[in-house]
Design a protein around this ligand. Structure first.
Ligand SMILES: NC(=O)c1ccc[n+]([C@@H]2O[C@H](COP(=O)([O-])OP(=O)(O)OC[C@H]3O[C@@H](n4cnc5c(N)ncnc54)[C@H](O)[C@@H]3O)[C@@H](O)[C@H]2O)c1
Length: 433
């Protein structure tokens, strides 16, 4: 069993560290955010992720998982250090590598004479080489046997533990095969396919995967808009397409588009990389443009349906960027709320897990305690995030509470016919019939 250190204790780092501990390794999870580490030391999860609390508790109790802000404690005797810090969008759409650099420099300062550094953060192609350079330069001649391995992360928030434990694949890239094989050993209990490749190819696999998934969603959203105008039903169109084994049904749900902490910044960063290196990423540009338009189109449809938005009260169901997470980074709800407020609408909103995060960024929004409070006095209700909790609302009660029974179902979650029967004006996405 190995001694590991995981730098960055966010959605990726905390899940990765905890799962590796659960597989029997000794793991130190480090973060520079003292508040986050203090919460973890007190058994409080800093993020909402199903199943995480229990797994953390078990592994802390077993003495395999510890949390610290002390780099020396974390790094000095680690055999393998995972970097899992954020790589947000920079001003020009590029991935901002300042946190990766800080982590690399801290490793350089405190590590003994050898280490494998594994990059789990999503980073531009070429970053693995750059990290090696940053570390060696910082050593200033102090000898270090260093190997960098790229190990892009594919977990999804909301099902992160399951995604880790039952990975479709693990990708490892390195210029040093034994280093990649050493990291592969950590994953061997998972019995999933492990692809070992060179550094740059591994880094590109991550961007290409996210860009492809985002493309599928933008594709079906474009089809949805055409369906709406031509009288076809995109839900059935997607079902019909998905039955073709060459196509498959995943990521073909029309709606308000993709958001979150990964797709938006990763598609942008890939397009940025492409332009920087002299290619013209026109498909990626279109994928982003279609995504932006989905939110605008919803607002356009709503404006038309209720005769202007000024002074109207609009209820928003769901703020997190997708169900089963409290993450609101680049959430479609934020953009929809911004567009509506711009036109003078008053917003009341509810989310099962993201209220604390929402409270920090949403201005002039009435944050409600449940879906029924959102419906109260509303001129329209918009479903933005398809949480299970919203699947079976008491719609008779909702109708009674609303000022005007208009529903914009941004995720095609509800049954159109039964809502119409109850007297709602219902608008889905791409339901042309
Ligand atoms: N969130 C996801 O679903 C997901 C999935 C796959 C890949 N990724 C990638 O993984 C990386 C991390 O994403 P995340 O969502 O976990 O981010 P996050 O923002 O939730 O967590 C990052 C953590 O790193 C810490 N940090 C920043 N600088 C540090 C430093 N110098 N030393 C130690 N800690 C530091 C921050 O305090 C924060 O707690 C990103 O590159 C992201 O693109 C994320």
């Amino acid at each position: 069993m190995s001694k590991l250190c995981v730098i960055g204790t966010g959605y990726v780092g905390l899940v990765t560290g905890t799962c590796f501990a659960d597989l029997g390794n000794t793991v130190t999870c480090l973060d520079v955010d003292e508040n986050r580490i203090s919460k973890l030391l007190n058994g409080i999860m800093p993020i909402y992720e199903p199943g995480l609390q229990q797994l953390v508790d078990q592994n802390v109790k077993a003495g395999r998982l510890v949390f610290t802000t002390d780099y020396k404690k974390a790094v000095s005797d680690a055999e393998i250090a995972f970097i899992a810090v954020g790589t947000p969008s920079g001003v020009d759409g590029e991935a901002d590598l300042q946190y990766v650099r800080q982590a690399a420099e801290s490793i350089a300062d405190l590590v003994g004479s050898n280490i494998i550094v594994v990059n789990k953060s999503t980073v531009p192609v070429g970053t693995g080489d750059w990290v090696a350079e940053v570390i060696q330069k910082r050593r200033n001649g102090r000898p270090l046997e260093l190997h960098v391995v790229s190990n892009p992360e594919f977990l999804r928030e909301g099902s992160a533990i399951n995604d880790f434990m039952q990975s479709d694949r693990v990708v490892l890239g390195s210029e040093n095969r034994p280093a990649a094989e050493k990291v592969a050993e950590l994953y061997s209990p998972l019995r999933c396919p492990i692809l070992i490749t060179d550094l740059r190819t591994a880094e590109m696999i991550k961007y290409a995967s996210n860009a492809f998934l985002a493309t599928r969603i933008s594709f079906i959203n474009e089809i949805a808009n055409i369906c709406e105008e031509l009288g076809a039903d995109v839900k059935v169109v997607a079902q019909g397409m998905g039955l073709d084994k060459r196509i498959g049904s995943a990521f073909l749900d029309a709606g308000l588009g993709w958001g979150g902490s990964c797709f938006p910044k990763d598609v942008k960063a890939l397009a940025h990389m492409a332009v920087l290196h002299g290619t013209h990423p026109q498909l990626l540009q279109a994928v982003m443009e279609i995504n932006r338009n989905q939110r605008r189109r919803l607002v356009y449809k709503l404006r038309k349906a209720i005769g202007g938005l000024n002074d109207k009260t609009i209820g928003i169901l769901g703020i997190s960027f997708k169900p089963n997470t409290d993450d609101i980074r680049e959430a479609p709800a934020l953009e929809v709320i911004h567009l509506l407020q711009n036109e003078g609408a008053k917003i009341q909103a509810y989310d099962p897990q993201a209220m604390e995060n929402a409270n920090q960024v949403l201005k002039k929004v009435k944050l409600c305690e449940n879906p029924y409070q959102v419906a109260e006095g509303a001129d329209a209700l918009i479903l933005v995030t398809d949480w299970n909790e919203f699947k079976q609302l008491d719609f008779s009660r909702v109708k009674e509470l609303m000022k005007r029974p208009v529903i914009m179902d941004g995720r095609n979650l509800w049954d159109e016919e039964s809502l119409r029967k109850l007297g709602f004006e219902y608008f889905g996405v791409g339901r042309g019939n």
